[in-house]
Design a protein around this ligand. Structure first.
Ligand code: AMP
Ligand code: MG
Length: 337
């Protein structure tokens, strides 16, 4: 069964994966409206539910094993659905095992540090799923599209002026390889929204009073740089989709599809990690048996010695438990004279 699901997921996400080393042109290679043949939202909802259930189970094992961590990198233009994707995809997991980090315009302190520093400081630990809502990739996106951001970073002139972007791609690839070699799996998702769908979603934010808070005039201004962003995304995919941390371009014009696809890519990573509940060694198991005997000996009269022990059901058909017979002359401890 499990094998069947994992094969189905692997097949489903294959079209979204950016082959390492390929030269990407976003508009040519990826369609924001792609639905993978799933016609109805209802069918997508069933798939999403399945994905969320898988994530719930695997996250519990990831936390228990405490050996691997997962970093989900989420990039997109405004209104592509990053927040909603996080909310839906992570709806089943234990909040203790997840850590969401959002990255905004860097602070004065952050601008005084090397560009990867603030991302390094907010990585997940082993056993955790960390989600970067925006990420170190902003350093080759917004910073590239608006070069005044780079000036603010106060780099020495020679590092700012020569091949700064290709050196950043290399630094990011090296950093991600280092993390993956240390047990941290990196899952990179780009929510691919069409220009027209972004326009419609901005209008909805203006028209619906409950959505007004999400609207920002700055976002509409950024739309002017649409082509420059598409170019920066294409370059980023061409240089930073690696064997150890490939990019997945998620069609995002339909929210239900984007959420289903994002859940599937994260589930696939966890299936590949295949975390296991820890099993104890012989000595520790003997310790458990000793403690079990002690606890059983403390059972009050008339109750099951160990209600959760399946091995004790033999010969007792009433409730599956061994019952300590009530001792007739037992002194009542509370009523000591
Ligand atoms: P939001 O995610 O919509 O709350 O917006 C966060 C803003 O921070 C966006 O406009 C990003 O472009 C901006 N931002 C994030 N990271 C950086 C960065 N490294 N340099 C400059 N601006 C950034
Ligand atoms: Mg925004």
């Amino acid at each position: 069964m499990a094998d069947d699901i994992s094969k189905r997921i692997a097949r489903f996400i294959e079209p979204f994966r950016v082959s390492p080393g390929s030269s990407v042109k976003l508009a040519r290679d990826f369609d924001p409206g792609f639905k993978a043949g799933i016609e109805r939202k209802k069918d997508g909802a069933d798939l999403l539910k399945e994905g969320i259930e898988l994530l719930t189970e695997y996250q519990a094992r990831l936390a228990a094993q405490d050996t691997y961590g997962v970093l989900v990198v989420l990039q997109a233009l405004d209104a592509a659905g990053k927040d909603g994707t996080i909310r839906h995809v992570m709806s089943g997991v234990n909040p203790q095992g997840v850590r969401v980090e959002s990255f905004k315009v860097p602070s004065a302190l952050e601008l005084d540090q090397d560009f990867l520093r603030r991302y390094q400081e907010r990585l997940p630990s082993r056993g955790q799923i960390g989600i970067f809502n925006r990420s170190h990739y902003e350093e080759v996106l917004v910073v590239r599209v608006h070069p005044e951001n780079l000036l603010r970073q106060k780099l020495p002139a020679e590092t700012r002026e020569h091949h700064v972007w290709s050196r950043r791609y290399d630094a990011i690839n090296d950093w991600e390889r280092y993390l993956s070699e240390n047990g941290f799996r990196i899952v990179k998702l780009f929510l691919n929204l069409s220009r027209e769908e972004q326009r419609v979603r901005f209008l909805r934010r203006i028209d619906l009073p409950d959505h007004n808070w999400k609207f920002s005039a700055h976002d509409v201004e950024e739309r002017q740089s649409w082509d420059a962003y598409q170019e920066a995304f294409s370059e980023m995919f061409s240089h930073t989709s690696t064997a150890w941390a490939p990019w997945y371009v998620i069609p995002a014009d339909r929210k239900w599809f984007a959420r289903t696809a994002a859940a599937a890519v994260i589930a696939n990573a966890l299936i590949e990690i295949d975390p296991q509940y820890p099993r104890l060694g012989d000595e520790a198991l003997q310790g458990l048996q000793k403690a079990k005997l002690e606890l059983e000996a403390e059972a009050p009269s008339g109750v099951a010695v160990d209600p959760s022990d399946p091995g004790e059901s033999e010969g007792n058909e009433s409730n599956g438990d061994t019952v300590v017979p009530a001792a007739p002359a037992e002194p009542a401890a509370q009523k000591q004279a």
